[in-house]
Design a protein around this ligand. Structure first.
Ligand SMILES: [Zn+2]
Length: 238
């Protein structure tokens, strides 16, 4: 933790930023959204401003007009610090890649991924770190349509199936969302469970004491739930 803390407690000095900029001499422009050459960290913005930047990026991605494609831009400046504008809990599904889906570059997003995008204590610690030491202003739980992990949890509950290896552990953490979704007898249990799973993780982030609840309560940090649509690439807030 010490290495991580020291990196994130250290703000790049003005001189360091200038030198970082010099290392990039000859580059005509920074990648969109990356503000590594400025004195103010790029994530010193409001939660709403961060969310707007993500949603605008998703609009570009869905329209196949992504702008973040120069991955070496700002690389030298990124060596010493990171300033993510958002921390995102996403499914490990290969079709859902937050950096791509939000058209953000390296250093822009702090991403925690696990199949079924559920939140356990390990994931929670990562979010606490992102908020307390990296100053991320926005936390997002990102589910997606047709999630296989949530579908598996439904199958286990409905059929009493037992999955091999450690897969049962994953099911255990998704099960509460499916059980809650079931109570309203939805026409589409999978969709309802996916949305409920996002809501439950977002609620846990919002109410996680002592670190996150303090930041959320003061308005410095906002938690949102969202869903990625595999068919369109569009992300909608829940
Ligand atoms: Zn999934």
């Amino acid at each position: 933790m010490c290495d991580l803390c020291s990196v994130n407690a250290t703000r790049l000095s003005r001189r360091g930023l200038v030198l970082g900029g010099a290392a990039l001499a000859g580059m005509s422009m920074m990648a969109p959204g990356t503000a590594w050459s400025q004195d103010t960290p790029q994530n010193a913005i409001s939660p709403d401003a961060a969310l707007q930047r993500l949603m605008e990026g998703n609009a570009r991605y869905a329209a196949n007009t992504s702008a973040n494609n120069d991955y070496s831009a700002g690389r030298a400046a990124r060596v010493n610090a990171q300033y993510p504008i958002a921390a995102i809990l996403s499914c490990a599904d290969a079709r859902v890649a937050p950096e791509l889906a939000f058209d953000q570059g390296p250093g822009d997003l702090f991403v925690v991924r696990v199949a079924g995008n559920f939140l356990n204590n390990d994931g929670l610690a990562s979010f606490e770190y992102a908020v307390k030491y990296l100053n991320a202003p926005l936390l997002m739980v990102l589910g997606h349509s047709n999630c296989g992990a949530v579908g598996a949890a439904i199958k286990v509950i409905k059929d009493g199936a037992t999955l091999p290896g450690h897969l049962q552990d994953m099911i255990r953490d998704i099960k509460p969302a499916v059980e809650t979704a079931e109570k309203s007898k939805p026409a589409d249990l999978l969709s309802a469970s996916i949305a409920e799973n996002v809501r439950q993780a977002a609620h846990r982030l919002e109410t996680a004491s002592p670190i996150l609840t303090d930041y959320v309560g003061s308005g410095k940090v906002k938690v949102v739930g969202a869903q990625y649509d595999l068919a369109t690439g569009k992300i909608a807030l829940l």
